[in-house]
Ligand binder design. Structure first.
Ligand SMILES: [Zn+2]
Length: 591
C-alpha cells in the first residue's frame, strides 16, 4: 500500500484568485464593511467559555485569573477593536473575542480552532448503511470551505472534548447548511427528539461516492462534529515585554485572523504570488501573477509547491533527522494502513494521533512550523519531540516490509510531498520499515546539504526578482496596521513590534540554517532607522509569516502607500488610550 500524504495548509497554492479589488478612490485596502460573505454563517465562530476552551486545548495552558489587571487591560483593548469592527460592519456575526492570557516565555499569540458538537443524530440511508449497527460521530474536517467529512483512518477521536451547541430549532438549518454544504439537500428535515436534541436522515447515495465510501460502515452518527474559530485569543505573557502599542498591534493582528476566519481557510484566496514594487506597496491588494510568468514559477519552486526541498532545522540531541520527522508528520495518518495486525495498528494510531496534534501548520502546535523554522526551546516542544521518537520507533518496528512496499521504500518516500531529495543510495531490503528508516536517517544529512545549496540559489533568485507572496499572515499584518490607526495608535508600534519579535525569536530558537536575504533583529532595526534604503526581500518563503524584517518593511511600505488615507481616519475617541505609567506597572507586576 502506498502512503499518501497531504500538506494542505503547509504548502502554498499559487491561486489565480479573483480577489476583489477596491476601487482607487477608497482609502481602505481591507474593506471591513465588505466582509459580508460571513453574515449568514454565525457558526463560523465559537462563543466558548474559558473552561471549555481549556478542556479542548491540546497543550497545557497556565491562565491568569480573570481578575488579573493584565488580562483586564488586554480585554479592554480587544473590546475596543471589536467595537471598531462592529461600527464598520454591523452585520458581522462574530462574537466579541476574549483574551486568554497565559504564563509562557515564548513570544506568541494565536487564534485557535474549537470543536463543536451538534446534538443531532444522523441516520444513514442508501449505500450499505443499514448492513450493520455501528456508530461514530460524523466529523467534518476544518480544512477548506465547504467543509469535508474527515478523510483519515478514524483519527477523529470521537471522545475528544467538544462544546455542545445548544441550538434552537429555527437556527438548526443555518448550522446544518454551513456544515453539510451542498449535501444539505440530501438531509431530511430534522425532528426534535427531546429538548435541544434532533434526528435526521442522510441519503448517502444522494451525497455522493466519497460519503458512501467513508460512511457505509456505520449505521448512524450520534452527533455531528465540526470546527469553529474560538473567540478566546491566547496571548503569552512574554509579550508584556513589548510596549503597550506594540502589544495592541499584536492583538489587532490576531483580530485580523479571527474576523477573517483564516483558520478555516475561507473561500477567499490567499497564497498568491505578485511582484513587489521596488519602493512602495500599492494601495489595493496586489495583483496575482498568472502561473505562466517566470517569476511565478520561481515562486512555486521556493515555496515547495513543486515538491522540492526547503531548508530544514534541527533539534539538539535528535536521533531522527528532521527530514524523517517531516515525512512522518505529513504521512502519519496513513501509517496504520500499512499494518497487518492489531498491535501494529494500535501503535501506529498512537503515532498518527500524536502527529496530528503536531499539525505543523497550526499556530498553537508544540512544534508549529518545525522543521521549517527552528523549534522553540520550551519543555513542551522537547517533550513533544521525544514522544515522537518513541512512538515512531514502536510503530515502524511493527510495519512489515511486504510485497507491496518492499520494492521500494525509496518510492514510498517519494510519495511524500518532499520527493526527489530522498535518493535511496543503497538497497533498503529490510524486514521492517524501522530498519529502512534507520538507513535513510543516516543518509539524510548529505542529501540535505546537497539540496540546500540548490534551493538557496533559487531563494536568491526570488529575492532579486522581488517575488511577493500574499498570505493570510500578511493580510492580518495589514489589517492590524489599519485597526491600530483607527484606535488612535501610531503605526510605528506595529512596525517595531516585529523587531521585538525577531529579537525574541533569535534568543528562543537555536538557528542552524541561514536563509539568504534574511536580516537579524539588529540589522533590521538599523535599516528601519535609516528608512529602509535597501529593498528587503521576503527571504523566508516557507513561512507564511515571512521573515520578521520583511513584515516590518511591508508595514512601513503600507504606511507610505496609505499616507494620505490614514490621515483621513478619525481615531476612536473612547477608552482605552495608551498609558505608559499604567503599562510600566503592568510590566512589573506580573499578575
Ligand atoms: Zn498570524
Amino acid at each position: 500500500m502506498r502512503l499518501t500524504a497531504s500538506l494542505s495548509g503547509l504548502i502554498v497554492v499559487a491561486a489565480l484568485s479573483n480577489c476583489k479589488h477596491q476601487d482607487g478612490s477608497s482609502y481602505i485596502k481591507h474593506d471591513f464593511a465588505a466582509w459580508d460573505d460571513m453574515e449568514d454563517t454565525p457558526y463560523t465562530w465559537a462563543d466558548i467559555s474559558a473552561a471549555d476552551f481549556m478542556a479542548q486545548s491540546r497543550h497545557p495552558l497556565t491562565p491568569y485569573p480573570n481578575s488579573s489587571p493584565r488580562q483586564q487591560r488586554l480585554n479592554a483593548w480587544m473590546a475596543a477593536i471589536h467595537q471598531e469592527i462592529k461600527t464598520l460592519n454591523p452585520k458581522l456575526a462574530a462574537p466579541e473575542p476574549k483574551i486568554f492570557l497565559v504564563k509562557n516565555d515564548e513570544a506568541n499569540a494565536y487564534v485557535s480552532p474549537a470543536t463543536a458538537c451538534l446534538p443531532i443524530e444522523i441516520i444513514y440511508k442508501g449505500g450499505q448503511a443499514s448492513a450493520n449497527n455501528s456508530t461514530n460521530d460524523l466529523v467534518f474536517s476544518r480544512l477548506i470551505e465547504p467543509m469535508q467529512i474527515y478523510r483519515g483512518p478514524r483519527l477523529e477521536d470521537t471522545k475528544a472534548p467538544c462544546h455542545t451547541l445548544n441550538i434552537a430549532e429555527n437556527d438548526l438549518a443555518i448550522a446544518l447548511k454551513m456544515v453539510f454544504g451542498e449535501q444539505y439537500r440530501c438531509l431530511s428535515k430534522p425532528n426534535k427528539t427531546s429538548q435541544m436534541a434532533y434526528r435526521a436522515e442522510l441519503d448517502l447515495n444522494c451525497a455522493g461516492p466519497i460519503w458512501t465510501e467513508r460512511l457505509s460502515s456505520f449505521a448512524r452518527a450520534p452527533r455531528v462534529r465540526f470546527t469553529q474559530i474560538a473567540n478566546q485569543i491566547v496571548v503569552h505573557d512574554k509579550l508584556f515585554e513589548m510596549s503597550e502599542g506594540q502589544l495592541v498591534a499584536v492583538l489587532a493582528h490576531e483580530a485580523g485572523h479571527y474576523y477573517r476566519a483564516h483558520g478555516l481557510s475561507h473561500a477567499r484566496t490567499y497564497d498568491f504570488f505578485y511582484k513587489l514594487d521596488e519602493k512602495h506597496n500599492i494601495s489595493s491588494r496586489p495583483t496575482p501573477l498568472t502561473s505562466d510568468e517566470e517569476i511565478s514559477s520561481l515562486g512555486i519552486k521556493v515555496t515547495g509547491k513543486d515538491g522540492r526541498f526547503l531548508a530544514l532545522y534541527g533539534l539538539p540531541n535528535q536521533n531522527w533527522h528532521s527530514l524523517i520527522y517531516l515525512g512522518i508528520a505529513v504521512s502519519a495518518t496513513s501509517l496504520p494502513n500499512l499494518c497487518s495486525d492489531a498491535d501494529c495498528n494500535t501503535q501506529c494510531l498512537d503515532l498518527a494521533r500524536h502527529m496530528q496534534f503536531a499539525a505543523i501548520s497550526a499556530p498553537n502546535a508544540p512544534l508549529s512550523s518545525f522543521p521549517w523554522t527552528p523549534a522553540p526551546k520550551t519543555n513542551e516542544a522537547k517533550a513533544f519531540y521525544q514522544k515522537f521518537e518513541q512512538l515512531l520507533e514502536s510503530c515502524a518496528a511493527k510495519i512489515p516490509i511486504t510485497a507491496d512496499n518492499e520494492l521500494d521504500v525509496g518510492a514510498w518516500f517519494k510519495n511524500w510531498p518532499i520527493p526527489d531529495q530522498i535518493e535511496v543510495r543503497e538497497p533498503l531490503a529490510e524486514k521492517n520499515i524501522l530498519n529502512a528508516l534507520k538507513k535513510l536517517n543516516k543518509q539524510a544529512d548529505a542529501m540535505i546539504n546537497e539540496r540546500n545549496s540548490e534551493v538557496f540559489a533559487l531563494y536568491e533568485k526570488a529575492n532579486k526578482a522581488r517575488l511577493g507572496l500574499y498570505t493570510a499572515e500578511q493580510e492580518a499584518d495589514e489589517i492590524s496596521l489599519e485597526l491600530i490607526t483607527r484606535l488612535g495608535l501610531p503605526a510605528k508600534d506595529a512596525i517595531t513590534g516585529y523587531i521585538f519579535l525577531s529579537r525574541s525569536t533569535e534568543s528562543e530558537r537555536p538557528k542552524n540554517v541561514s536563509i539568504p536575504g534574511k536580516l537579524n533583529a539588529a540589522q533590521c532595526e538599523a535599516a528601519l532607522n535609516k528608512g529602509f534604503p535597501e529593498f528587503i526581500p521576503i527571504a523566508d518563503y516557507s513561512d507564511s509569516h515571512h521573515s520578521s524584517c520583511f513584515r516590518a518593511y511591508n508595514l512601513w511600505r503600507e504606511t507610505k502607500a496609505h499616507e494620505g488615507d490614514m490621515s483621513k481616519i478619525t481615531p476612536q475617541q473612547s477608552e482605552p488610550k495608551l498609558d505608559s505609567a499604567l503599562w510600566r506597572r503592568l510590566q512589573v507586576n506580573r499578575t
